[in-house]
Design a binder for this molecule. Structure first.
Ligand code: GDP
Ligand code: CA
Length: 319
């Protein structure tokens, strides 16, 4: 029997492992908790980039070149908005806009954001549970030399160029976890953290009151896959952000950012010399090729991670 697996995931890196898991697990055994703190309103529409990346990837509709957005998109609506003098730095494809219209409409009717996410996933044929950590507003803001920026302003408009000095998850202290996310953590046989950005993809999920505690309390083995290969990210600013947050830009830094939350870490073979330092921290380590460029590689990494996690000892929870 496949164990019940719960994955914490951000956008592009998270979606790659989610796809690998979904290729090898029965859908009812897999729950994915995505990041909503990158959400932002554009042109009156509620856009949820990480959730859409997960959804479009699992539905095999994603633009494989970019790793986000729908394949074969046109941008006529965006061109129209530009003619009207709107800011169009956030690239939104025409079909993608349909998702945002649908989401916004239902939110205005008072439907829970997590029910909307699940409904979009189901209508695209996804059987896996796609869960939100919270239905409440949660927004990542980053302090740079230009002042505080909304996450998409930093990530898309400024292309991650400004150095990040501070990260704040607005709304986190008041947010309530969704019962579905808590249940997925509490009933999981294996808890996994995708190779996502620890600082702005996983940390906001953990910042929702109750989520971190549920992971700490869980008796399931807990394993993260490092988003760093050779001390660098495959894409994006996670390496620079770890440094900015006072962590080392290495697998030991990734492990430190998950202190108390993981029993094992999957690292790339190229970083095999990190094993000793990680084991000295009490972590169990698996080395393998962690770069995922096709479905076979995603499924292989998922398979190896499940075997490793199943064999991981649960490090005693602190009381
Ligand atoms: P975002 O929300 O779109 O930024 O995506 P995530 O936070 O989920 O993932 C970003 C991280 O994924 C980056 O730090 C990358 O280094 C990592 N990543 C992307 N592709 C791969 C891969 O194939 N293997 C590994 N190990 N990490 C990856
Ligand atoms: Ca993201």
């Amino acid at each position: 029997m496949t164990p019940r697996i719960t994955l914490l995931a951000g956008g592009v890196g998270g979606a790659k492992l989610a796809e690998g898991l979904s290729a090898i697990c029965p859908p009812e055994r897999l729950s994915i908790i995505g990041n909503v703190a990158d959400d932002q309103e554009f042109h009156g529409l509620w856009v949820s980039p990480d959730i859409d990346t997960l959804t479009y990837s699992l539905a095999d509709l994603i633009d494989r070149q970019q790793g986000w957005g729908l394949a074969g998109e046109s941008h006529r609506v965006l061109a129209g908005l530009e003619r009207l003098g709107c800011d169009t730095w956030m690239s939104l494809g025409d079909q993608d806009i349909a998702t945002h219209i649908f989401r916004t409409q239902l939110r205005r009717q008072g439907v829970r954001p997590s029910a909307i996410a699940q409904s979009i996933a189901e209508s695209l044929g996804i059987g896996t549970k796609l869960l939100l950590p919270t239905d409440d507003p949660l927004q990542t803001r980053v302090r740079t030399d230009q002042g505080w920026l909304a996450f998409q302003e930093y990530f898309v408009r400024e292309r991650c160029r400004p150095e990040v000095r501070e990260v704040h998850f607005e709304g986190a202290t008041e947010a309530c976890p969704t019962p579905e996310a808590l249940e997925a953590i509490e009933t999981a046989d294996l808890l996994l953290i995708a190779p996502s950005n620890p600082v702005v993809s996983i940390a906001p999920i953990l910042a929702v009151p109750g989520i971190r505690h549920a992971i700490e309390k869980s008796l399931a083995p807990r394993v993260a896959i490092s988003p760093l290969i050779g001390g660098c990210t495959v894409k994006g600013p996670a390496d620079r952000m770890l440094t900015a947050m006072g962590y080392r830009c290495s697998n030991t830094g990734v492990a430190a950012s998950y202190a108390g939350l993981i029993d094992g870490l999957v690292i790339d073979s190229i970083d095999r010399t990190d094993r000793t330092a990680l084991e000295a921290e009490g972590l169990q380590v698996m080395t393998t090729d962690t770069l995922m460029t096709c479905l076979e590689e995603k499924a292989r990494l998922a398979e190896e991670t499940l075997a490793f996690a199943s064999a991981c000892r649960r490090v005693e929870a602190e009381t």
